[in-house]
Design a protein around this ligand. Structure first.
Ligand SMILES: C[S@@+](CC[C@H](N)C(=O)[O-])C[C@H]1O[C@@H](n2cnc3c(N)ncnc32)[C@H](O)[C@@H]1O
Length: 489
């Protein structure tokens, strides 16, 4: 007999209006923000009316026991069924949640996601089981915003966890295969696919690409277990791959493209080691297979000590009896390996041969950032000649700095206000060139005019600045003039 629990649960959640917006409205900004800091008190004060929405919020988000009669009213006829399936437990006349079910707003849709409970609410000791199934984390949201959302045929969500990426992919891909090594995650992802009526998600169990051995995909997304350590001893499967160092990311970047169709994309949220005396970008470039191009954005660099602290706290070791020993051993291993820092960022591999970009960009970007990734690929495949008619992107502004009252600025910077929000210091020729790119004059005509203005040799200027024009195009400051410009925000 078909399992009708997900459908019945969905009906109850819909009926209670248990949506992201309704919960945010019920809690108000302060209680919502406090919950974001894992503090429940302000939210408990705002959820006392016994309504189904308040009851579901208390039960699942605040992990608070609720009267059984309130639970029955919020989940009519489902409390015992959910208890049998491990979601709830009856304690006398109270009901408590053993798993998390929370609303999630994605791509204008209301979704619900079941996962393990968030550990460490209200300062409780963080205790995470080896096979913990992560809920919606900031990393998950970050990958969702990076993921290209054009409609495609087949997508793979590698290391699906609760299935949040697969649920997004299911909205714009015909078929989504989601894989995980953790049987509990496979169960959660299957449940969530049913709960959200996404029959195009197929969940499989296995080690990275093993379950999709001979298959190809138009899009592969993954937020893998990327925590970098010696990989000895116990392991939290959601974050530790069992492979030492950053081998897990190397494996995915080296092997993933073989599972891409021509023109397909592999998008990875990643950590990587930065070795002393080895430029980080050269190391990562060595992983990208022939026939592919990469846009890698290093968003943050942590020093090894800060990194160790972050992940020891994540597993609740801070202040524990073995904290100092573990800290020392992990840091000692980093030292031994010659690790100078740990990079965090986005690896986008395009199965198409064109220029790659390795960008150190820790500054704010426009979210979702996915359109900027697509634009980069379009620009990187666009050859530039003096006959091209280019246009300055409408969101680009010019900033100048210098001595007050000085005739000429000391520095000129072009800055984007959309997409990757890149900035580039330019000289006066580049600034004049960029400013004159309105889509009417060709690059050659503009360079000749700038040569006349600056009394430079036109032929020399073309040789010197055509490569610069290409850089400005690939970096997104200029666009082919056929593109419809978007309005600045
Ligand atoms: C950081 S979680 C990401 C979960 C989810 N995709 C997200 O974006 O939040 C990493 C996931 O990879 C899974 N995983 C760990 N090792 C794996 C392996 N060798 N093969 C496949 N999946 C693995 C974990 O069980 C976990 O669900």
């Amino acid at each position: 007999m078909a399992d009708d629990l997900p459908l019945r649960l969905r009906e109850s959640l819909e009926h209670a209006d248990f949506t992201y917006d309704a919960v945010a409205g019920l809690l108000g900004t302060r209680a919502h923000d406090a919950l974001g800091r894992n503090e429940t008190t302000p939210a408990l004060r705002r959820t006392q009316d016994g309504s189904p929405l308040a009851t579901l919020t208390r039960l699942f988000l605040l992990q608070t026991p609720v009267p059984a009669e309130d639970a029955e009213r919020a989940l009519p006829g489902l409390v015992d069924a959910l208890a049998r399936r491990g979601f709830l437990r009856r304690d006398g006349d109270q009901v408590r949640a053993l798993l998390d079910i929370r609303p999630y707003a994605a791509d204008d849709a209301h979704l619900w996601v079941a996962s393990d409970l968030t550990p460490g609410l209200d300062g409780a000791p963080v205790s995470v089981a080896a096979y913990h199934v992560l809920g919606i984390s900031p990393a998950a949201t970050s990958l969702a915003q990076l993921t290209l959302r054009e409609p495609v045929g087949r997508a793979l969500d590698l290391g699906t966890g609760c299935g949040v990426q697969a649920l997004h992919l299911a909205t714009h891909c015909d078929v989504v295969v989601a894989t995980d090594i953790n049987a509990r995650a496979v169960w959660a992802a299957e449940f969530n696919a049913a709960l959200n009526d996404a029959p195009n998600i197929e969940v499989r169990t296995g080690w990275f690409f093993d379950p999709v051995r001979d298959e190809t995909f138009d899009l592969i997304t993954t937020n893998p277990p990327f925590v970098i350590s010696a990989a000895q001893g116990s392991r939290l499967v959601y974050r530790d791959s069992g492979l030492p160092g950053d081998e897990v990311v190397e494996h995915i970047v080296r092997r993933g493209p073989a599972h891409l169709t021509d023109g397909g994309w592999l998008q990875v949220l990643a950590n990587w080691v930065i070795h002393r005396d080895v430029p980080w970008d050269e190391r990562l470039a060595g992983w990208v297979p022939d026939g592919c191009s990469a846009l890698v954005v290093q968003r943050e660099v942590l020093d090894p000590a800060a990194y160790v602290e972050l992940w020891l706290k994540d597993e609740g070791r801070h202040g524990g009896p073995d904290y100092l020993d573990r800290y020392d051993a992990w840091l000692g291993w980093f030292d031994q390996q010659g690790v100078e820092g740990i990079g965090f960022g986005w690896v986008n591999v395009h199965r198409s041969e064109h220029d790659s970009t390795y960008l150190d960009w820790p500054y704010a970007v426009e979210q979702p950032v996915a359109p900027a990734i697509r634009d980069w690929a379009a620009a990187a495949t666009h050859p530039v000649s003096e006959h091209d008619r280019l246009r300055l992107r409408v969101d680009v502004v010019q900033e100048t700095t210098g001595e007050p009252g000085a005739e000429d600025p000391e520095t000129i910077v072009l800055r984007q206000r959309r997409g990757l929000c890149r900035a580039r210091q330019v000289d006066t020729v580049e600034a004049a060139l960029a400013g004159a790119c309105d889509g009417d004059l060709s690059v050659g005509q503009i360079l000749d005019a700038v040569a006349t203005l600056t009394e430079r040799d036109p032929a020399e200027l073309r040789v010197a600045y055509l490569p610069v024009v290409r850089e400005l195009l690939v970096e997104g400051f200029l666009q082919p003039s056929s593109r419809v410009p978007e309005a600045a925000p």
